[in-house]
Structure formats: structure tokens, C-alpha cells
Design a protein around this ligand. Structure first.
Ligand SMILES: [Zn+2]
Length: 174
């Protein structure tokens, strides 16, 4: 791989890792690496709007901010402290609220699927996990995805396109 090519694939890897970040800390750390490589890309991603491509900024599913707001949020759930657990994972400490299905790692509420910390809390409570993941993940609902017919796209050679369009080469923005 040439040097430019190598830089590009590193950037795209970094971009996807940034988009998939579960916490703002993770996001910001990866974003600053992107900026180091090319500040114009950071500006470009900012202009698009972080909420359009970054999981941690997505406007769906976010009623909490996972950084400094955590104390406030825990105050809000103080009536149900039974549901709040702290799990130590190596040197990191995670706070889980089972009632609100949230964990400070971010994964629980964003994927609507139990993270390892929530699983540990449930195991501690000797409780089963069925109630804690989104119905999207049930077998029945997964199978329902295929109830609607999905049409295959014909081979590219059969596409009916005006020639000037098919000859157009769209390069990624620089
Ligand atoms: Zn977690």
C-alpha cells in the first residue's frame, strides 16, 4: 500500500470507530486523532452534524448524557436505589440502573441489549435477563423482519442509466 492509501484506510477505520463509540470520552479521544491526521476532516464531520453519524450523539434513545450528568441521573432514580448497581471491571467502575436499563458504559441503553456489567448485576440479583433487552432481539421479531418481500437489485450491467451519469466518477471529498 502506498502512503496516501495507507493514511486513507487508517482514517476510515478511525472514522468508523468514532461513529461506533459508546461514550463521549471515547468519541472525543478518537475525534482528536482524526484532527491530528487532518483537521479538515474534523470540520467536515462537524458540519454534517455529529448526531447524524455518531452513535453516542444520536438523538434517538438519548435522554441521558453519560458524562457529568451521571450523578444527576442517579439522583433522579434515588427512589429505586435497589436497581442501581456498581460493577468493577478491572480498574474501571460502571454504574448500572436496571430500572432505566442504563449503564455508564453506554452500551446497555444504546444497543438496548445487556452489557457485561448489567449481566453481572443481574447475576448478583439472581434475576433473569429476559425483561432487560429490546423486543427487537427476540427470535419471533427477528424472523418478522423477513415478512416483507425484499427485492434484489439487478446486476449493475443491467441498470438503465443515462451515459453521462454512469461515466461520472465521484471522488470522496478532500
Ligand atoms: Zn455496561
Amino acid at each position: 500500500m502506498g502512503k496516501v492509501q495507507e493514511g486513507k484506510s487508517k482514517l476510515s477505520e478511525l472514522y468508523f470507530a468514532t461513529a461506533r463509540s459508546y461514550t463521549l470520552d471515547e468519541f472525543n479521544e478518537r475525534m482528536s486523532k482524526i484532527e491530528e491526521i487532518d483537521p479538515r476532516i474534523k470540520a467536515y464531520l462537524y458540519d454534517i452534524g455529529y448526531h447524524r453519524w455518531s452513535r453516542v450523539h444520536a438523538t434517538v434513545n438519548r435522554t441521558w448524557t453519560m458524562t457529568s450528568d451521571i450523578v444527576e441521573s442517579l439522583n433522579a432514580v434515588r427512589d429505586s436505589t435497589d436497581y442501581v448497581h456498581t460493577v468493577l471491571d478491572g480498574v474501571r467502575r460502571y454504574i448500572i440502573c436496571l430500572e432505566n436499563k442504563r449503564c455508564s458504559c453506554g452500551q446497555f441503553q444504546l444497543d438496548e441489549l445487556l452489557c457485561p456489567h448489567a449481566l453481572a448485576a443481574l447475576r448478583h440479583r439472581d434475576e433473569s435477563f429476559e425483561e432487560y433487552y429490546s423486543p427487537y432481539y427476540t427470535r419471533a421479531n427477528l424472523l418478522r423482519t423477513y415478512e416483507i418481500p425484499v427485492n434484489r437489485l439487478p446486476d449493475e450491467s443491467k441498470w438503465n442509466m443515462p451515459q453521462h451519469k454512469s461515466e461520472e466518477v465521484v471522488n470522496p471529498s478532500t
